[in-house]
Ligand binder design. Structure first.
Ligand code: DOR
Ligand code: ZN
Length: 447
């Protein structure tokens, strides 16, 4: 619908804009953006005290469909996405079956279209069946519409295969999202190989398990000229390799998750399986190095690695419970509260890391409010405080290590292509309250 957003602060890193501005939405697109647009003949939404951002984009999400619908479905994952302010997500191919054929890509796109919430960019497997033996039919997958390749959940152990993957993806103009892990060094570990794991008697994963693979992939990038994206960087050691690579002129992009930015290995105390993820939470010096790298731009962007699991699975003992955190509904307020409000990171840089940068890495539209762009945007209420309550997640994955954390900076309106998908926590077609709430807001003319 056509709408004028007025009285809010607009941040759009794609045009280096930040300040009070009015934004006109017409026919699903941003029609105009200026300090003042004069009288217009469309409904007006007053946004005093609110912040308007390009819709958030998460390029690392596990939607679990097909095959593990008890953990998440495409529909529930996308409801979680728009609730969290995301207007687009890229979904990892470690489903069952993995996304290594045009049929599975088509299936995901069809389910996503049916859900009609956030945009979905499927990622294809690097290797057939994600088995690490031979390449998946990458050209066929690209033709079917994947926006990148990954064996996420597992590395590609064979270096020659990874080199060929980078070369093939480069020819297709698509990025390779690498899960960096040397399996022989990780050796079945379940937590960071530090003091906490030792005290709890758990086998550890050393920082070198990641760093060895990061170094290898950076060297393979140099060899291939491919578009290398390094997923979920977790340690100071890896950050120091990124600094070396930048110095050496090696091209890469990298991501960090909210949990690695805010938590350390201490979160697993009491065998808390909700803090079990791969790569594991590490130490305070690692956490600080990740924050610094995000601030400086050495790490380009934030991705959630949204990895929903069923409660029954997470209730198992620490050794057998699966790795992963449900992340879409807490990511933005977590980092707004703990990095921006505390002066660690500017809001402008956070917005860039959550929207403009992931759009660039994936090579998709979005991450911008420039006139002509699709009206994919999110409105944030910087002051509204609320405790994380996993019971209220739209995601079927209730596995969060942030339960009961009091956060601010929650999204209050998410719009995709000019269509309102979430208003004040109610999600279109999912909450029975959505329509009355949105109609009430429209009638009152303010959010
Ligand atoms: O924690 C994780 N969960 N790390 C991964 O690499 C995979 C993911 C999953 O699929 O659950
Ligand atoms: Zn992952």
């Amino acid at each position: 619908m056509d709408l004028l957003l007025r009285g809010g602060i607009i941040i759009d890193p794609s045009c280096r804009r930040e300040g009070p501005m009015e934004l006109l939405i017409q026919s699903g697109r941003v029609a105009a953006l200026a300090p003042s647009l004069g009288p217009v003949d469309v409904p007006v939404l007053e946004l005093a005290g609110k912040i308007v951002l390009p819709g958030l984009i998460d390029l690392h999400v596990h939607l679990r469909e097909p095959g593990e619908e008890h953990k998440e479905t495409i529909a529930t994952g996308l409801a979680a996405a728009v609730a969290g302010g995301f207007t687009a997500v890229a979904c990892m191919p470690n489903t069952s079956p993995p996304v290594d054929s045009r049929e599975t890509v088509a299936y995901i796109r069809e389910r996503a279209a049916r859900a009609d919430l956030a945009r979905v960019y499927p990622l294809g497997a690097i290797t057939a069946g994600q088995r690490g033996r031979e390449l998946a039919p990458m050209a066929e997958l690209a033709e079917a519409g994947v926006k990148g390749f990954s064996d996420d959940g597992r590395p590609v152990p064979d270096s020659m295969l990874m080199l060929r993957a980078l070369q093939s993806a480069r020819a297709l103009g698509l990025p390779v999202l690498s899960h960096c892990e040397d399996l022989s060094l990780a050796a079945g570990g379940v937590a960071h190989g530090g003091g906490t794991a030792a005290r709890l008697g758990l086998p550890g994963i050393p920082a070198a398990a990641e760093a060895v693979a990061v170094a290898r992939d950076l060297l393979l990038q140099q060899e291939s000229g491919g578009l290398l994206h390094l997923a979920h960087i977790s340690s100071r050691l890896s950050v120091s390799l990124l600094a070396w690579a930048r110095e050496a002129g090696i091209r890469f992009s990298a991501e960090v998750t909210p949990h690695h930015l805010l938590l350390t290995e201490q979160a697993i105390e009491g065998f808390n399986t909700n803090a079990k993820m791969n790569p594991p939470l590490r130490q305070e010096e690692d956490r600080q190095a990740l924050c610094e790298a995000l601030c400086s731009g050495l790490i380009d962007l934030v991705a959630t690695d949204h990895a929903p699991h069923h409660q029954k699975e997470k209730e198992k003992d620490f050794m057998t419970a699966p790795f992963g955190v449900s992340g879409l509904e807490t990511a933005f307020p977590l980092l707004f509260t703990h990095l921006v409000e505390r002066g660690v990171l500017s809001l402008y840089r956070l917005v860039e890391a959550f929207s403009t940068a992931p759009a660039r890495v994936l090579g998709v539209a979005g991450g911008t409010l420039a006139p002509g762009a699709a009206a994919d945007l999110v409105v944030i209420d910087p002051l509204h405080r609320k405790k994380v309550q996993k019971e209220n997640f739209f995601s079927l994955g209730k596995n969060t290590p942030f339960q009961d954390w009091e956060l601010q900076g929650y999204p209050v309106l998410t719009m995709v292509g000019g269509d309102v998908k979430m208003c004040r926590g109610e999600v279109k077609s999912c909450s029975s309250n959505f329509l009355p709430v949105w109609q009430g807001v429209l009638k009152e003319g303010r959010l």
